[in-house]
Design a protein around this ligand. Structure first.
Ligand code: NAD
Length: 255
């Protein structure tokens, strides 16, 4: 299948976890892929390199070292995308971080860091990519929100605030860019087994049991579950879908 043949996709945070799976899936479906991350290697030893996966399917790809908090690095990554692949059709704003604190316990620098990466970084990537998405026949923006961008959860003040803002910014941008036929949607993953939660999965059986009890489906998600949904939002099959936050959460938010 080549559901993304001829498309060019830039995926932030694509070396690990969900971004890694999205980049590999897009490459398998015929897209040229820009892997944009602060690091090349996956965060977990158990994860397979995205470059090995892209090689395996014969995809065109490039790596750009890019921190989403730095506008100059983002501009340079977009310039590389356009010069290497001739344009940009799909932007996936996936880079994100998570800390666990109640509001009164949140260190100010960690609040700022979460907002910088999860929200300001996503805004900057959209702002700088939009001139090129406008040139595409089917420009697509896919933002990584979270179930914690739809509902509150204990101990996650800054993260909930950042992802709530991502959800509503997604709806807002969908309105501004609909006339230009640029789709803006978000994914709201539930618990997905990645580096973001590896430490708790390993060391906090109580929290793990709590997460499983909140997930009606009898397992946690895998990065590929999110990549399959991202593929739908990146493909022509979703051309009339915009401003939507798609939960991929094993039923977490169905309660
Ligand atoms: P992960 O930690 O496995 O991977 C995140 C990747 O982003 C890493 O490769 C990291 O190097 C990169 N990154 C971090 N900061 C960056 C920056 N400033 N600039 C560029 N790259 C940066 O995380 P994941 O679980 O794959 O999460 C991906 C996205 O999905 C995040 O936005 C996260 O909040 C969201 N999400 C994850 C889950 C989950 O359960 N794993 C649930 C809901 C939402």
């Amino acid at each position: 299948m080549s559901r993304l043949a001829g498309k060019v996709a830039l995926v932030t945070g694509a070396s690990s976890g969900i971004g890694n799976a999205i980049a590999a899936t897009f490459g398998r479906e015929g897209a040229s892929v820009v892997v944009a991350d602060v690091r090349r290697d996956p965060k977990l030893d158990t994860e397979r390199s995205v470059f090995d996966k892209l090689d395996e399917v014969g995809a065109d790809y490039t790596f750009v070292e890019m921190d989403v908090t730095d506008p100059e690095q983002i501009q340079s990554a977009i310039d590389t995308t356009v010069s290497e692949f001739g344009g940009l059709d799909i932007l996936v704003n996936n880079a994100g971080i998570y800390y666990q604190y109640t509001v009164d316990e949140t260190p100010l620098d960690e609040w700022d860091e979460i907002m910088d990466v999860n929200l300001r970084g996503l805004f900057l990537c959209c702002k700088l990519a939009l001139p090129h998405l406008r040139e595409s026949d089917n420009g697509k923006i896919i933002n990584l929100s979270s179930i914690l961008g739809l509902v509150g959860a204990g101990n996650s003040g800054a993260y909930c605030a950042s992802k709530g803002a991502v959800s509503n910014l997604t709806r807002q941008m969908a309105l501004d860019y609909a006339a230009e036929e640029i789709n803006v949607n978000a994914l709201a993953p539930g618990i997905i087994e990645t580096a973001q939660n590896a430490e708790w999965r390993e060391n906090d059986p109580e929290l793990l049991a709590d997460w499983q009890a909140s997930t009606p489906w009898p397992r946690f998600g895998q990065p590929e579950d999110i990549a399959d949904a991202a593929l739908f939002l990146a493909s022509d099959e979703s051309n009339f879908v915009t401003g939507h936050i798609l939960s991929v959460d094993g039923g977490w938010t169905a309660r």
